[in-house]
Design a protein around this ligand. Structure first.
Ligand code: XUL
Length: 612
């Protein structure tokens, strides 16, 4: 066991994501001492009618999860931690808890919330509840039993109003830009402001009965604290309501969401204050967890954040390093001191470091879309799959040349594979296949049926996801690290990320790593985080550690974690990254890829207008 792991304080990080609640415990020296998880479908799927962790109402585009599921999962993850061989010792030594949660999801508390939560702080003997399950103790705490999930796309009408609200020109077409300048993002279906606005309109009684609205991150922290926790400075940027340049709620956007200027104050009260400091303690853990699971009474609850902000805390990131998170969603993340918002991507406050920002691209059609393509391929036979469900997909990816170009046709094959309505760009579900001239991207046209096959689809879906990331991250990458001295005689590489780190379930897939490296580059290579599937929970555990061990509020997360973090055992190089020939090949069709997206967007917009 690593030094520091057998004694001393421990730090617990949670990740309450779409399909699982994961927990990871680290020691002060960052060594991992315990991990466990709850899988929503496997543990509760039939009880709640879940598919991949959520319930979908396709007629309305709603995607949501029961709040009771989250509560049951919290109980179960503690029970599983306690049941581990070292569980009781670990739980008694946990000094702080933080974590990450699916972004944008919201929980609606009702009138009894504060009192019922406070009941968790009291000793069991004085509790009026006979049940010792969170789900029962907090059954009456909510004005709505469902939490919208980030895959929800029921809010187009509200998004149109958000996008129009801050427009300044006569043509009113600069609205998305203005909204992005103010809040870091244009309007998106899943963002919490449009979601709240729809709930107010559709269920006014629910809205009226709501006393507090939490993000999933502040909800989880509230349960652990036994009191309503504030939202954190990073996750609040996923709402289209927080004015990032001014670091305060946006008054016009509160008015829009609440329905009038008079109602804005009521909404502000429902949202509560936002915690500017990402560190420190919000209070001690509620007695419920001390008595039931043996967590130390001294354990502190640090601010929770979103899963993507927590991912950038899973290792000390340097300028120009990028993270690609291959989970249910696929996200591309970078840290930058420059606030350069644009409607096609997102800026968030950094979760721990004032003055730094997280740049993010988020694709809904990530892992599940790749799975759909995989399932159209015949399984690899003869035992050569080694039991890997991705063996057929990976073989197809690696057997297909770059962009599916053959000597005979010299045509690049491009496609969009959206099994659900996509975010970037905002295009409904569908599959589109195009070809263009591989030498310069000219002659873009819908593909003849014979140009593609299930085998070429496998490579194309990965290329397509990577080309979209390359296209949209161009403003952030450089051919050298800004501020660092450049050797004038050294050969200059084209602008690209320095290192690409892969995290999330898909990070275990070598074929995906290879294609990402070929398309995106990575001057120092492509790396996989060893706990890649658990990166957000790990980021949460490191955040808990920094929150209480920092010297004072001036010791930054990177300073503290950077001193203790070692690459050995934490990351593994999985691909060379930049390869000049392939990088150039993809560069030649990047314009055509953008043109294909624009063409499909225009066609879909025309269909929408025709149906109005
Ligand atoms: C980010 C987003 C997803 C969720 C996944 O904007 O919606 O990445 O955070 O849990």
């Amino acid at each position: 066991m690593a030094a520091g792991a057998s004694q001393g304080p421990l730090y617990l990080g949670f990740d309450l994501s779409t399909q699982q609640l994961k927990a990871i415990v680290v020691a002060s020296d960052l060594s991992i001492v315990a991990q466990t998880k709850v899988d929503f479908d496997a543990d509760f799927g039939s009880k709640y009618g879940l598919t991949k962790g959520v319930i979908a109402n396709d007629d309305e585009g709603e995607v949501y999860a029961p709040v009771a599921l989250f509560l049951e999962a919290i109980d179960l993850v503690f029970a599983r931690l306690k049941a581990l061989g070292n569980g009781p010792d670990v739980l008694s030594r946990v000094r702080a808890i933080s974590g990450s949660c699916q972004q944008h999801g919201s929980v609606y508390w009702g009138h009894g919330a504060a009192e019922l939560l406070a009941g968790l702080q009291k000793p069991a003997s004085s509790s009026s509840s006979s049940s010792s399950a969170l789900k029962d103790r907090l059954a009456d705490a909510f004005s709505r039993p469902w939490a919208p999930n980030w895959q929800d796309h029921s809010t187009q009408a509200e998004c149109d109003e958000f996008d129009a609200k801050l427009a300044t020109t006569a043509a009113k077409d600069d609205g998305p830009h203005r909204l992005a300048e103010a809040t870091g993002s244009a309007a998106h279906h899943r963002f919490t402001g449009p979601q709240i606005m729809r709930i107010r309109r559709k269920w006014p009684d629910v809205y009226a009965k709501t006393t507090r609205i939490s993000l999933v991150s502040s909800f989880t922290a509230s349960v652990l604290l036994g009191s309503l926790a504030p939202m954190d400075i990073s996750d609040v940027c996923g709402m289209d309501l927080w004015d990032i340049p001014r670091q305060q709620w946006s008054e016009p956007l509160l008015e829009l969401t609440a329905g009038s200027a008079d109602a804005a104050a009521g909404l502000r009260a429902k949202l509560g204050e936002v915690l500017i400091d990402g560190g420190g303690s919000m209070g001690s853990i509620a007695s419920y967890f001390v008595e039931k699971y043996g967590v130390s009474r001294a354990c502190q609850i640090a601010p929770f954040t979103g899963d993507n902000p927590a991912t950038i805390l899973a290792l000390p990131l340097r300028p120009l390093d990028a993270i690609v998170s291959l989970g249910t969603s696929t996200t591309f993340l970078m840290v930058t001191p420059h606030y350069k918002p644009d409607p096609s991507y997102h800026f968030f406050n950094h979760p721990t470091t004032p003055g730094q920002y997280m740049f993010m691209l988020c694709y809904k059609n990530g892992g599940l879309a790749r799975e759909k393509v995989r399932d159209t391929l015949p399984p690899v036979t003869g035992g050569s799959s080694g039991g890997d469900p991705w063996a057929n997909f990976n073989k197809a990816v690696l057997d297909t040349p770059v962009l599916g170009v053959t000597d005979a046709d010299r045509q690049a094959k491009l496609g969009l594979y959206f099994y659900i309505n996509e975010i970037v760009p905002n295009i409904p579900a569908g599959t589109w296949r195009y070809t263009c001239d591989a030498s310069d991207g000219s002659n873009l046209a819908p593909a003849a049926a014979a140009a593609h096959s299930p085998t070429t689809d496998a490579r194309e879906i990965v290329e397509s996801q990577a080309l979209s990331m390359r296209l949209r991250s161009q403003p952030l990458v450089h051919d050298h690290v800004p501020g660092e001295t450049v050797d004038a005689n050294a050969p200059r590489l084209p602008a690209q990320p320095r290192r690409i780190y892969l995290v999330g379930g898909g990070s275990l897939n070598p074929a995906i790593a290879q294609v990402l490296g070929e398309v995106l580059g990575g001057a120092e290579g492509v790396y996989r985080l060893d706990v890649g599937g658990n990166a957000c929970a790990l980021g949460g555990a490191y955040k808990a550690l920094w929150s209480v061990e920092r010297r004072d509020e001036h010791e930054t997360f990177d300073e503290l974690i950077g001193k203790r973090w070692t690459p050995e055992g934490a990351i593994e190089k999985v691909d060379v990254g930049y390869q000049p020939e392939q990088f150039a090949q993809y560069g030649r069709v990047l314009g055509a890829f953008e043109q294909m997206e624009q063409t499909i967007l225009a066609e879909e917009q025309a269909k929408r207008d025709a149906n109005k």
